[in-house]
Design a protein around this ligand. Structure first.
Ligand SMILES: Nc1ncnc2c1ncn2[C@@H]1O[C@H](COP(=O)(O)OP(=O)(O)OP(=O)(O)O)[C@@H](O)[C@H]1O
Ligand SMILES: [Mg+2]
Length: 250
């Protein structure tokens, strides 16, 4: 469904991605994990075409999007929904208007139809009657869910989640991970989840990839990943201080 092939990307002198190849299979939940600042969000930005690689290809549904112009990219973006890191809701808009945003921008649907879709999507993520509330009036977990509803408003084929559970309590984390699974199954979408939630990732992800020093160092089925022989993978998933990952010791 999504494929990165030998992707390189630098910001100035900083080589962030150095020969990244990654596959996201159709209809499954794939997880991308890695240290903070390693380039995970950057990979999502490449997939939605906000960034272009210096070298390499990014395929979405079999088509290389790196050569596309903005108009072509807009079409591809319509098949994707993105739940952003930190929810990224518009504070000055109600939750309902946040979910409706893309529909108003990109469709000619009537207001009544838009409102119906908004309520339907909010219900799907377990929210009722929040249409008229502002993001500041709801909890962090609810804001994340509004972000999910906005991501699926357009009936995308692909849903990208950037750290959907960061900053939430363990119970809400489980609720949202289960919601990702539910949306994946019920909507039949392909899901890519960036997460630091190592404990849950083995339960909800079908495949896991780890990005380290600009490369994917392991990409496998969740059960295989857990037993990876690579020291860097074991250090990361177990949160060990000792190992190849250089950490600042106090
Ligand atoms: N537009 C940009 N210009 C310059 N540097 C950037 C830009 N975007 C990202 N970077 C740098 O690229 C690196 C990777 O950033 P990215 O946001 O992809 O990391 P991440 O893995 O998502 O981290 P986190 O887990 O903290 O969200 C960082 O060092 C960051 O400072
Ligand atoms: Mg990030």
């Amino acid at each position: 469904m999504i494929k990165l092939e030998n992707v390189y990307l630098s910001f100035g002198r900083k080589d962030v991605l150095k020969n990244v190849s990654l596959s996201v299979p159709e209809g499954k939940i794939s997880a991308l994990i890695g240290l903070s600042g390693v380039g995970k969000s950057t990979i999502l930005k490449l997939i939605i075409g906000f960034l272009k690689p210096d070298k390499g290809k990014v395929y979405v549904e079999g088509i290389d999007i790196t050569k596309m112009n903005e108009r072509q990219l807009d079409k591809v973006r319509k098949s994707m929904g993105m739940a952003f890191q930190y929810s990224a809701l518009f504070d000055y808009m109600t939750c309902g208007d946040n979910v409706a945003f893309g529909l108003r921008q990109h469709t000619k649907l009537k207001e009544k139809e838009i409102r119906k879709i908004v309520t339907e999507k909010l219900n799907l993520v377990g929210l009722e009657g929040v249409e008229h509330l502002y993001p500041s009036e709801i909890s962090g977990g609810m804001r994340k869910r509004v972000g999910f509803a906005r991501a699926i408003a357009y009936n995308p084929k692909i849903v990208l989640y950037d750290e959907p559970t960061s900053g939430l309590d363990p119970v809400m984390t489980t609720v949202l991970n289960n919601l990702i699974v539910k949306l994946n199954r019920e909507l039949g979408v392909t899901s890519l989840v960036i997460t630091h939630d190592i404990d849950s990732v083995f339960h909800f992800a079908d495949t896991i990839a780890m990005l380290y020093e600009g490369e994917i160092v392991e990409e496998s089925q969740a059960s295989v990943f857990k037993n990876s022989p690579r020291p860097v993978v074991q250090q990361f998933i177990k949160g060990l201080e000792e190992g190849p990952i250089k950490v600042l010791r106090l």
